[in-house]
Design a protein around this ligand. Sequence first.
Ligand SMILES: [Zn+2]
Ligand SMILES: [Zn+2]
Length: 97
Amino acid sequence: MKTSEVDDEIYSDQIKEEQNEEEFKISFDNQSIIGSVILNRVKQCPKEFCGKNNVKIAQDNWIVCNACNTQYCFLCGNTLKGAQHFDKRCVRYTPVK
Ligand SMILES: [Zn+2]
Ligand SMILES: [Zn+2]
């Protein structure tokens, strides 16, 4: 009789631990989904000593750095001198994945 009580206690402890692990896993998965959505919108400024991460707005691949005002392309990461870049090399508007 006494042994089976001890067994029950151990068993219920194990269940608690498993539930905690499951909750942790779910919240971790959610974070990584949000993280990858942000990563698909962010491109680092190509200017030396800047490196600020700027966010793509809507579908526009023409990024202007918040810190140094450098214009650059979200797709290829090169600096721009105007919209003609998007006539030649890259498409200006693409949806965020
Ligand atoms: Zn910059
Ligand atoms: Zn480009």
